[in-house]
Structures are given as C-alpha cells and as structure tokens.
Design a protein around this ligand. Structure first.
Ligand SMILES: Cc1cc2nc3c(=O)[nH]c(=O)nc-3n(C[C@H](O)[C@H](O)[C@H](O)COP(=O)(O)OP(=O)(O)OC[C@H]3O[C@@H](n4cnc5c(N)ncnc54)[C@H](O)[C@@H]3O)c2cc1C
Length: 414
C-alpha cells in the first residue's frame, strides 16, 4: 500500500520503520525540516517505571500551587481558549484514582513492549544510538515525596515492575563519581536510556536509504475526504493521495484533526533542556529530582538536564526564569556540581503533545476508515515510540495488535 505519514517526529519515524518492514511504500510529510523538533532534545529516558498518567490525583492541587511561582516546573497560562477550557475540564474529570488504576497496566504494557523493540533495534540497526539499560533513580529530599514514592514503588512491584527503595547511602553507592544529596530514592532497574539526537538522525537517514520518501517544509493545510474516506492530503497547492494516512502531528494534532471533524483534545506542554558537553565526573544513572521535577541523563560524556511543563499554547518563547528553576535545583541534589546558567540560545525547547487523560491516541478512526492516529504521548513519546510504530503497522495491515488498544481509542472524547 501507499501510506502517508503526517508528522516526522519520533512517532512518525517509528511508524515508517515498521510500515517499511511490512513492505509498504511510505511517504513522510512534515512542516519542518526535521532538525529540531520535540523528539530531538528530550531527556532520552525509556520508562517502564512511568505507568501513572499525567492525569492523576494530586496533580490539580500541585498545579494550582505551582502556578503562582514563576520558576516552578509546571504552569498553565490562563487564557480564553475554548480548546484549553475543554482540555482542562477533561483533565479534571480524569485526575482520579480510578483512572490511574485503569490506565497503569496498559501504560506498563506499552512501555515494556517498546523497551523490547528498542532492544531489537539496538541489535538490528547499523548505527549506535547510545542505548543503555542502567535503570532510573527517583531522588527525593522531603518526607512527603518519600511517602508518595513509596506508594508508587509498591504499586510498581504489584504490577511486576521492580522498584527498590534505597537509603541515601545506597543511592550514593550507585553514583560513585558524583556526590548526591537526598533523603533516599527509588531505583527502577528496568528502565533504560538513549541519546535522542543519535536515534532520530540515525533512523531518519536509515529510512531514507531504505526508500522512505520525505516531503519537508510542507505543512498539511487541509484534506479532501468523502464520507468515510480520506482521498487526499493537501499541502497548499499540492494534493497527495494515499491508501492509508497516519496522523502523527504531535502537539499540532488537535488543530489538524479539526480539519477532519475529529475531536482530538491536545495541549502543547513546553519543556526545556540544556546539555553540559564534557563532564569529567559524570552521573552514571539517569535520575529525576522529584521535588524539582528535573530529569538528568548522562549521554556519553555529556550530561543533559530537562524539565518544566508549560501549557501556554503553541509558541517558541523560552522562559529563562523557569530554566533558572532547573539550574537552581542542581546543587540541591548534586552539591559539588557547579552548573552555570546557560545562555538562551543554548537552551533547547520542545512541545510535548499532551492529551487530557495522559494516555496516547493510538488506533484507526471509526469515522474515516483509512486514517490511523498515533499521537498524544506527552512525557513518554520517545519511550513509547517503537511500540506505537509497531502497533500502527499492525493496524494498517489489519493484523491482530500486540496489545489491546481500547484505552487509547483516538475517538474516546468524540
Ligand atoms: C524537556 C523534555 C524532556 C522529555 N524527556 C522525555 C524522555 O525522557 N522520555 C520520553 O519518552 N519522552 C520525553 N519527552 C517527550 C517526547 O519528547 C515527546 O513525547 C515526543 O518527542 C513526541 O513525539 P511526536 O512524534 O509525537 O511529536 P513531534 O516530535 O512534535 O513530531 C510531530 C511532527 O509533526 C509535524 N507537524 C505538525 N503539524 C503538521 C502539519 N500540519 N503538517 C505537517 N507536519 C506537521 C511537526 O513539524 C513535527 O515534526 C520529553 C519532552 C521534553 C520537552
């Protein structure tokens, strides 16, 4: 079949990878030149440990508290936007224990499937993308965070995800080269990490040499559809026809889907990262500073810090106050690490595609039969990419999918 993928982020590329393996003729259309999207500067964590969706109890109270602090890790800009109001109401409705209990097994399964495919890719692909299985440390300094994490660890172990509660001394033993200041930590030995830029560029080039066609700097502006069939994808004056179309447009998906009369509630969750290029005594295991919500990932000799979730619409403004919040948190956890405030042009930003219930949209549209949706992976798009790509190929091939997809139904808010 001729398959068109709109959006060449890591979800679009992974879909192309598995669709190509199934023998299809694949074209990727992207509005950008694919050199600086959300899939490139992220923290690179592969996280079976992240089975709790963003819409969870406690998030609303934390969000409200953080909104009044200009350097806080989470911020929703109040604005008169119908899309934001609808998204917010759906988030409120889903931020409860029942939703977490229902979603956790599915998120776990999707993450484990993805990790399995990353292991395969690391063996099969002809380039290195810095894949390591060293686990993840969740570091905390307060009693409240310790209590919350102990609950998460218990839930993880119940789900079959190994989580070990460590004292500060035990954490320090795992990090011999960097002094760590924490009350304790939870260690998830089953997590992994990779270098996102190496993966993205590597897979993009690999696909090019394997016959995938790229149409870049071409925004999809419209569609021509009859009742249940998408006839063509419109980029300005040009029309492209495909047997099946995959919608993988990340944070833009809500707007793009509106052109097809599909409700795909989505908000962009902006985050920042900066990378220290050559760290003599580097961190060994990726970590999350829990109170500060900062992710730290060793990428070879460099060290990346990432954080912040700003729901401020689609824009590319860099808020240096929030970057300072990330920088200021570092000596609290690594007291001997002296990190200077990066210059604005050295700060990377990305827009995480956030669905209101914290679950991705993966599945075939019931209204437009030759449309498959793969987006809304929020903080876990890199982690969940290979499994999503594989599932997209199974859906396009009309095969039995590797896991149940009910909770990820793209039309669940229609
Ligand atoms: C600071 C930070 C740290 C993160 N850390 C992690 C991590 O450790 N682990 C993890 O799993 N995830 C992480 N993430 C999240 C992850 O980066 C995202 O979930 C993921 O990149 C989303 O991929 P995507 O392909 O869905 O979207 P994108 O990468 O945004 O790709 C969507 C593409 O669609 C294109 N597009 C949109 N509209 C149109 C249109 N109309 N026409 C044509 N093209 C269009 C865009 O140009 C874009 O290239 C992090 C994110 C941030 C910001």
């Amino acid at each position: 079949m001729k398959i068109g993928i709109i959006g060449g982020g890591i979800i679009g590329l992974s879909s192309a990878y598995y669709l190509k393996k199934s023998g299809h003729e694949v074209t990727i259309i992207d509005q950008s030149d694919l050199t600086d999207g959300c899939s490139l500067g992220n923290a690179g964590m592969i996280v079976p440990s992240h089975f709790i969706p963003l819409a969870a109890p406690g998030m609303v109270a934390k969000g409200i508290k953080w909104m009044f602090n200009s350097s806080s890790p989470f911020y929703v800009k109040p604005r008169l936007s119908l899309d934001l109001i609808k998204w917010g109401l759906l988030f409120l409705k889903k931020a409860n224990t029942k939703h977490v209990t229902q979603s956790a097994p599915a998120l776990k399964e999707l993450n484990l499937l993805s990790k399995f495919f990353y292991q395969q890719m690391a063996n099969e692909l002809p380039f290195d993308f810095g894949y390591h299985e060293r686990g993840l440390l969740m570091l905390y300094q307060t009693k409240e965070a310790e209590h919350e994490e102990a609950e998460t660890a218990a839930m993880a172990n119940d789900l079959g995800i190994v989580a070990k509660i460590l004292s500060s001394g035990e954490v320090q033993q795992l990090e011999p080269d960097v002094k760590v200041n924490c009350r304790g930590g939870i260690y998830f030995p089953g997590d992994a990490h990779l270098t996102p830029q190496q993966l993205f560029v590597g897979i993009k080039e690999y696909l090019k040499t394997h016959g995938i066609k790229y149409i870049t700097r071409q925004p999809v502006t419209d569609f021509v559809a009859t009742r249940e069939h998408l006839n063509s994808v419109v980029c300005g004056q040009e029309h492209f026809s495909f047997d099946q179309v995959v919608l993988a447009t990340g944070s833009w998906s809500g707007t793009v889907a509106q052109k097809l009369n599909l409700a795909l509630p989505m908000q962009a969750g902006k985050g920042y990262s900066f990378t220290l290029p050559d760290v003599q005594k580097n961190v060994h295991i990726p970590s999350i500073f829990l109170e500060a919500r900062v992710a730290v990932t060793p990428l070879g000799r460099s060290l990346r810090f990432g954080g912040t979730m700003e729901i401020t619409g689609i824009n590319h403004l860099v808020n240096m106050r929030r970057v300072k919040g990330i920088v200021d948190s570092i000596p609290n956890y690594y007291p001997e690490m002296n990190v200077e405030m990066p210059q604005a042009e050295k700060v990377w930003h990305g827009l995480r595609p956030c669905s209101p219930d914290g679950l991705p949209y993966i599945g075939r549209s019931k209204k437009i039969k030759n449309l498959v949706v793969a987006t809304g992976h929020s903080m876990m798009g890199l982690s969940l990419a290979p499994a999503t790509g594989k599932l997209v190929s199974e859906i396009c091939n009309e095969e039995k999918t590797s896991m149940g997809l009910n909770l990820f139904d793209p039309e669940r808010f229609d």
